[in-house]
Write a protein that binds this ligand. Sequence first.
Ligand code: UD1
Ligand code: CA
Length: 426
Amino acid sequence: MDIKSVILAAGKGTRMKSQTPKVLHEIYGKTLLGYVLDNVKNITSENFVIVGHHAEEVEEFVKKNYTNAKTVLQSPQLGTGHAVSMVCPELENYEGLVLILCGDTPLIREETLREFINFHTENKSDLTVMSTIFENPTNYGRIIREADNTLKCIVEEKDATAEEKAVKEVNAGIYCLNWGKIKGAFSQLTSNNAQGEYYLTDIIEWGKKNSLNVNAYILENNEEIFGINSRINLAEATKILTKRVLNDLMVNGVTIVDPDSTWISPDTTIGQDTIIYPSTYIEGTNKIGKNCKIGPCAHLRGGVEIFDNVKIGNFVEVKKAVIKSNTNVGHLSYIGDSELGSHVNIGAGTITANYDPLSKVKSKTTLKDDVKIGSNSVLVAPVTVEEGANIGAGTVVTKDIPAWSLGITRSPLKVFADWVKNKLAD
Ligand code: UD1
Ligand code: CA
């Protein structure tokens, strides 16, 4: 059956205290909304992002980065039910499934969404809500069940009685609906509640009243539905995500010497027997091969492809670069917009000067196989050092260097005999 998603992203995000809309805040250089859109992209045929607060910025982001997503404006923002009702005109004759998610819940995994949809289909459900158990359920909507354990309704914190507040099963804010069966609810929601909002959660009761098959899918790992409302939550979500990434890497044969001080983005793949040393920070999308040594204190900024047996040492920053096998970048270097062959050795303190701040142009540095760069050299891009060439320490390379030759810029060393002795005698 066809599946489309609706992603709620129109809310204000007041607690972020930010000029940036909440869903455009980032974890490892990727927006919260980007995580959600990436998680549904292999599942759905089309995605609707409900925008409202800072609509233009969010629209621009979606248009630029996600061709399979469309934005729909909600103005004013009268609640989550009102938000979903904005897509009714878009889906007038649609009969497939609609998956509803929140743009501020980036940790949900694609596999979980697939299981959730399977559960919905296998149970011949008309409406399935995802729930989970929290020891401290404060602020979430509570799942209220009948005596026979079937669903009754969802009650928001602000509307809940003391007895309802004691319920630990909460609404994750993720729903799967047979659109044709449920769409009628959206014209019938009311705002008779503590917040004066049209609650999406009221579709549960509506479904029951209309004799539809309404179910809850209980998610075991409640970390996946962790929602971001503040900067504190943003840091916590980064920790949860990082722990998941590091555990997956270790299970697959990567050594992480100190998981507490290592940060690796979920869009980084790493081969077996590679060792990541402490205080390493890896963001964006990267591919690292087998048997590499990365860090301590290395910084990979994205767009990095490292082949096997490569060493990236301490205080080395790498951005948008291909580094072939058996190459060493041992210490204190910056490698950006570059292509390094295999068996290349980069001396300590080498810099690829890739950016011209006047023209704002970034240029490429190419170092072919077996090139050796002496310490403290500057490679002023665009520049190519051909196969096997050597660059003397302290050289500023401003033109291409032919294969197997030596390039060196160095004023002669002068030695003044007894200079210090004479100075002290003065
Ligand atoms: C909502 C649920 C609650 C659930 C929780 C899970 C309702 C009424 N409550 O509460 O049961 O436990 O999510 O995280 O649905 N939004 C819009 N337009 C609006 C209002 C909100 O697009 O008019 C968007 C927000 O940007 C956000 C999402 O909807 O992405 C959820 O809104 P939020 O106000 O955070 O809902 P909660 O109070 O967390
Ligand atoms: Ca709210």
